[in-house]
Design a protein around this ligand. Structure first.
Ligand SMILES: Cc1ncc(COP(=O)(O)O)c(C=O)c1O
Length: 299
């Protein structure tokens, strides 16, 4: 980290230390935003979450995030106890309480709630769900190109733990991240069960080859909202885009590679498994898509 970046980070950390959070219908200071050690999210990773971003007064793609959250909750048979509009209102209220106008990130978490005994059975959560929102200042930065390492951990099959579930339990991704970091990389590149390039541990993954944009089929990764928006932007702007199977061999010879996610928008990848990708810097297609995305979200 350069001094300039670390000063900004320190300022942001100091501002974030004084924020308010939402916990079960109440707005509380950070020190009071705590959950029981019997909470099913803490104990078992039994919950679902969304990350949402505020740009210039607007929570980006909020309805899509609500749709994904409620679909995931239904899939794990968790009754949130609020309507999507009520969840949205909780976000707006917290934003107002924190006096935030732009460049903020919210993590909205819903768990099955506090259990009566420290065991797995979901019926032991009898007090209703825990709903919590962390909201932090988070200034967008021009990202430095990151490095990836391919790891042995795969994203699962839909009938094990469907990778489309944004579940609290992220151990599969965390193990991948640990393996990548031990290999000296920033993040993990994960393959699918067929050996095709799939996703990273926290973001969706794209390559650019001869003017075409490729990403995985989407069958084994998070149905990322940013991923979908980038595909739509390509289509709307005459950029050939393909959701397809491709291998590490295709990837190493790509002209560019980048990640997508709500938090970082589009992040260039400079090196994969020790091979420089393109110039190792942000490529022209990534830069173009970043510009189009910024326009779309009003950043
Ligand atoms: C594993 C994984 N992939 C991709 C993403 C990016 O999804 P989105 O673009 O909706 O933020 C996330 C974000 O939660 C994620 O956890």
């Amino acid at each position: 980290m350069t001094d300039h970046v670390s000063t900004h980070q320190a300022e942001e950390d100091a501002r974030n230390a004084a924020l308010l959070f939402h916990l079960n219908g109440r707005i509380v200071p950070r020190a009071e935003a705590v959950v029981s050690i019997y909470d099913s999210g803490f104990m078992l990773g039994d919950g679902v979450w969304e990350g949402v971003r505020l740009y210039n007064g607007r929570w980006t793609f909020l309805d899509e995030h609500m749709e994904r959250l409620f679909e995931a909750a239904k899939a794990i048979d968790l009754e949130i106890g609020l309507t999507p509009d009520q969840v949205k209102q909780a976000i707006f209220d917290l934003q107002a309480a924190n006096g935030m106008q732009t460049d903020a990130h919210a993590r909205l978490m819903v768990t099955r709630g506090v259990k009566t005994r420290p065991f797995q059975h979901p019926a032991l959560s009898q007090q209703g769900p825990t709903v919590a929102i962390i909201m932090e200042h988070s200034r967008p930065r021009i990202p430095r190109p990151i490095t990836l390492a391919t790891v042995p951990h795969l994203r699962g099959l839909p009938m094990t733990q469907d990778p489309k579930l944004n579940s609290h339990s992220k151990l599969n991704c965390i193990l991948a991240c640990i393996a990548a970091q031990k290999a000296g990389a920033d993040e993990a590149l994960m393959l699918d069960v067929h050996g095709f390039v799939n996703t990273t541990n926290a973001c969706n993954f794209f390559i650019v080859k001869k003017g075409e944009v490729w990403t995985s089929t989407g069958d084994y990764c998070m149905n990322g909202i940013t991923r979908r928006k980038v595909i739509e932007l390509c289509r709307a702007n005459g950029i050939p885009v393909f959701e397809r199977n491709f291998s590490l061999v295709d990837t190493y010879s790509a002209d560019e590679a980048f990640l997508t996610g709500t938090f970082g928008a589009q992040t260039p990848v400079g090196v994969i498994d020790g091979r420089q990708i393109g110039t190792g810097q942000m490529g022209p297609m990534t830069e173009r898509l970043r510009g189009l995305y910024k326009q779309l979200v009003g950043a």
